[in-house]
Design a protein around this ligand. Structure first.
Ligand code: SAM
Length: 273
């Protein structure tokens, strides 16, 4: 684990801009983690008051991620993962799930928030199969050409690229489809993409309240509907059960056991290149 961040006493070596809310730390707060500052908590609380089940949504997104990785290792035979917008280390991280099912699995975590790099380095010091790099998905080549990624991943063999709960932070003007195309063209056939994305399609009023809350705090959030989300899988073949609300995707639970679609309001899917 990671130490508690004390707003007063913490002395980062990089500028973490702690007076400004960050998506990674807001998400960590929502998931009950310990790596967040007052500004992050305040912003997350505003989002929670607009959308009281945001915590459930974040937890269901994490569960989806876990099931996706398990599927990829056990059923698709994937042994290498590029997890973009990985977030702060929490429970059941990708390398833990993957390496539980296949000890040799390799994982490269990518995030543009320097705090993720700092925590990842400390957490992964002893782990030669997992690494964390700082890069921005809006410059996908900086990820693909990063020595840390090149060292651990074999781009001539299939891998899984995880873009989970990330693209709602990428505006239409930032060309999300072009970013995905660049990534897709760089990986071997038989690779997989995992995506999840917040939507306002199911419960417009509350979801748009979250969008407003994030934007008001300087964290741009773009919600997309199913049709827009489906566009991200262009040129790939969706795996069954295709696009679902994340809590429904291969959950193995009956309807009564799962949260409602409105409570989650988050789409997910996996596709094969
Ligand atoms: N993928 C994890 C999950 O689904 O549990 C974490 C998702 S978290 C909501 C989104 C992460 O994306 C944050 O850690 C944030 O720092 C990162 N992020 C936001 N914009 C990014 C960008 N342009 N490039 C790379 N990472 C970014």
């Amino acid at each position: 684990g990671s130490g508690h961040l004390d707003d007063a006493g913490y002395q980062p070596t990089t500028d973490l801009r702690t007076n400004q809310p960050h998506a990674a730390r807001m998400y960590d707060f929502l998931l009950g983690g310990r790596d967040h500052f007052a500004a992050d908590r305040q912003a997350a609380k505003k989002a929670l008051s607009a959308f009281p089940t945001l915590r459930i949504a974040a937890e269901e997104n994490r569960r989806f991620l876990g099931r996706a990785v398990e599927y990829l290792v056990r059923e698709a035979g994937i042994e290498q993962f590029l997890d973009i917008g990985s977030g702060l280390p929490t429970a059941e991280n990708v390398h833990q799930v993957a390496q539980r099912h296949s000890p040799g699995a390799r994982v490269v975590y990518v995030d543009n928030d320097p705090i993720v790099l700092a925590h990842g380095r400390a957490l992964l010091e002893e782990d030669t199969r997992t690494t964390v790099i700082q890069a921005d998905v809006r410059e996908p080549r900086s990820i693909l050409e990063h020595p840390g990624a090149r060292q651990l991943l074999d781009f001539s063999r299939p891998m899984a690229v995880l873009v989970v709960a990330l693209f709602h932070f990428i505006g239409d003007d930032e060309d999300p489809i072009g970013i995905l195309r660049t990534l897709r063209d760089a990986v071997a056939p038989g690779s997989y993409f995992v995506l999840s994305h917040a939507t306002a399609e199911i419960s417009p009023e509350t979801a748009l309240g979250v969008q407003r809350a994030y934007r008001a705090q300087g964290v741009p959030l773009t919600l997309r509907d199913r049709a827009q989300f489906l566009e991200f899988f262009q040129g790939m073949e969706l795996v069954e059960p295709r696009v679902q609300v994340v809590s429904d995707w291969r959950s193995g639970l009956t309807e009564g056991q799962r949260p409602s679609h409105a409570e989650v309001s988050w789409y997910g899917g996996i596709a094969r290149v």
